[in-house]
Each structure stands twice: as structure tokens, then as C-alpha cells.
Design a protein around this ligand. Structure first.
Ligand code: FES
Length: 157
């Protein structure tokens, strides 16, 4: 029996189907989240899963993360300090949402930088290893020595 059942009477537990209906998350995804340790269940004597109600909030948090394209490994980090016997608190959510907002800002800055570089390339077409920052960002190829290696690498890949 897992930690999740310790503080909950059987009538407070949800079946996997109920969890799926209430969260809109497929049963297979719930099983996957459980494999990753993001949620936990107990088993009935007939070996059926039962989830404590507070797992709904965990699944909601995972769903938000997925909408933001936040990797599940990031969600694992957020949950690392939240015992399975507890509902993620308001503070846990504040911490996660601040962290994910920073991640979105970082991505937006990256996309804006790529957009500026692409704008510079429009109408150019030189595709020069020396001049084109999209082709060779921060002269990454130059750091590994002279010569046209990228096309050679692609041909042998
Ligand atoms: S294609 Fe010429 S600078 Fe990118």
C-alpha cells in the first residue's frame, strides 16, 4: 500500500476512470504519470487502482505544464518537495508558475532572437558559415576548427 492511502478512507478514493473523467486525461496517460512518480495510487484487494482526491490537483498541474510545453521532468522537480500524501499547496503552485513563466520568457527571447536573425537572412541567401548567424550561431563551427565539416557530417550521418 502506498503513502497515498494512509490518510484517506476508501470512499474518498477515485477509480482511474473517475480520475480520467474529472481531469480529461486519458487512462493511459494517468498510468504513465504514475510510472513517472508524478501521482500515486493504492490497490484494492482485486488489484484495481484507487486515487486519493488530492491527486486531481496534481493532474491539473501536470495538464497546465503540458499546455505550456513544460517537460514532465520539470514537473517532477516541482513535485520533488511535495509529499504524495499532500495536495500541492498554493505556495507550490506559485513556485511552479513563477518558474514556468521564466521558462516561457526564455523561450520567447530565443524565438525573438531567431526571428531577428531570420529577418537579416531574408533576401540574402549567402548561407555563409562565416556570415550567417542562423547557419552558424555564435560561430560554433569555428570553435572546432577550420573547414566545411557540417555538410560532411550530414552526408555520413
Ligand atoms: S543567409 Fe546570408 S546571413 Fe543568413
Amino acid at each position: 500500500m502506498s503513502e497515498a492511502s494512509a490518510a484517506h478512507a476508501p470512499d474518498e478514493l477515485l477509480t482511474v476512470g473517475e480520475m480520467s473523467r474529472r481531469t480529461g486525461v486519458a487512462v493511459s496517460a494517468l498510468h504513465f504519470y504514475e510510472q513517472l512518480g508524478l501521482i500515486a495510487s493504492t490497490r484494492t484487494p482485486g488489484n484495481q487502482r484507487r486515487y486519493a482526491r488530492h491527486m486531481l490537483r496534481r493532474v491539473s498541474l501536470i495538464t497546465v505544464a503540458k499546455r505550456l510545453s513544460i517537460p514532465l521532468s520539470e514537473v517532477q522537480d516541482v513535485f520533488a518537495d511535495v509529499p504524495m500524501t499532500e495536495t500541492p499547496s498554493h505556495e507550490d503552485w506559485q513556485r511552479a508558475s513563477r518558474r514556468w513563466k521564466h521558462e516561457l520568457e526564455r523561450r520567447r527571447e530565443g524565438i525573438e532572437r531567431l526571428e531577428r536573425e531570420l529577418t537579416g537572412c531574408i533576401g540574402c541567401g549567402c548561407l555563409s558559415m562565416k556570415a550567417c548567424r542562423l547557419l552558424n550561431p555564435d560561430d560554433a563551427l569555428g570553435a572546432s576548427g577550420a573547414g566545411p565539416r557540417r555538410l560532411d557530417d550530414e552526408e555520413t550521418a
